[in-house]
Design a protein around this ligand. Sequence first.
Ligand code: 5GP
Length: 178
Amino acid sequence: MQPTVQVLDKKFELYLSETEIQDQIKKIAIAINKDYVGRRPLFIAILNGSFMFASDLFKQLTIDAELCFIKLASYKGMTSSGQVLTAIGLDVDLFEKDIIIIEDIVDTGKTLNEFIPKLIHQQPASLKIAALLNKPDALEFPIPVDYLGFSIPNKFVVGYGLDYDGLGRNFKEIYQLV
Ligand code: 5GP
């Protein structure tokens, strides 16, 4: 574990250690195991950033659960914002299922604010959000995170799945921009 890391042109300092991250994920898993006992939730993990969080969280589950990975892509469309969000790989029927979205970080909340209505359209039985990180000071859309790892300051972070210009995803820790 290094106190600082250099990724391309930027220097980052250690913010959350591997132990802190793993301990928090265990707590989230305990809560989910309790809340979903006797049910069979479908976890929808949003790529790329959430792959490590999804993997470590899933390993801690003792309930029956399904997992799928999707990728969100924006393309130019005829909406007021000029962008249309599409979910690639979402080929499961969500009707009457208990859904838990797995997201790496909720920043402005824009991504989930656009994605959630698409899921609700399929009439799941329930829909909850598990996010490793959120940045309350950056939030622009009302996204209720049901299972949260850490609330962090409005600073750019890398590591544990999160990248800076494609790099840094492999760090076991989370580093903050200096
Ligand atoms: P939102 O739509 O909530 O503004 O942004 C969510 C997405 O932006 C995250 O899934 C993540 O990919 C990216 N993001 C937001 N903040 C950070 C950050 O501090 N570091 C990295 N690496 N990605 C971030």
